[in-house]
Design a protein around this ligand. Structure first.
Ligand code: GTP
Ligand code: MG
Length: 164
């Protein structure tokens, strides 16, 4: 019998994680083509194979358990961090991904006057984040192109690997 082909609507292919107000939902909306302005995220939100998570799940240790399974199930994990947030505290173990999982970061809000994506990138690197980092703004759609290309190209590669 043929191997099952992974569905593009697999509910947990990518997960967006990161602190409160980092811009996860805004990025999620841009990825799924939803026009609405982001509301505060209260629970896990699944759409088109992307999972949006509330920042509290990331920032409050007693809620980590809620994130760990979601991260474990996802094939790609996008760590989202605002370009005006100079505080980087990665919960130990949360983004430790195994060889079949892809990790990347999106530094959001690079359009803001006080944005300093270079400083944020240095913070992440100093904190041991070694995966690719993209700088984005939903107000500059061209900045989303390399990020999306990386995200979706990896998915295609994964599909290819899964079916061969
Ligand atoms: N200027 C600017 N503002 C942004 C950008 N992305 C998000 N924001 C704003 O940042 C605020 C927080 O965005 P959300 O997408 O709700 O953040 P979140 O990470 O989903 O927050 P939680 O759901 O609380 O975890 C909102 O006011 C957004 O409009 C961006 O690229 N540029
Ligand atoms: Mg949100």
């Amino acid at each position: 019998m043929a191997q099952p082909v992974p569905s593009p609507y697999d509910p947990s292919r990518f997960v967006l994680v990161g602190p409160v107000a980092a811009g996860k939902t805004t990025l999620f909306n841009a990825l799924i083509g939803r026009e609405a302005a982001a509301m505060k995220t209260q629970a896990l939100d699944y759409e088109n194979g992307i999972v949006d998570t509330p920042g509290e799940f990331f920032s409050h240790p007693r809620l980590h358990h809620a994130l760990i399974n979601t991260v474990a199930d996802a094939r790609s994990v996008v760590y989202v961090h605002g370009a005006t947030d100079f505080d980087y505290r990665l919960p130990p173990g949360l983004l430790e991904v195994n060889a079949d999982k892809r990790l990347m970061a999106a530094i959001t809000k690079i359009d803001l006057p006080d944005a300093d994506p270079q400083r944020v990138e240095a913070l992440l690197r100093a904190g041991g984040f070694s995966a690719p980092i993209f700088r984005v703004s939903v107000f500059r759609p061209e900045t989303l192109v390399p990020f999306k290309r990386h995200l979706f190209e990896q998915e295609r590669q994964d599909d290819h690997e899964a079916t061969h």
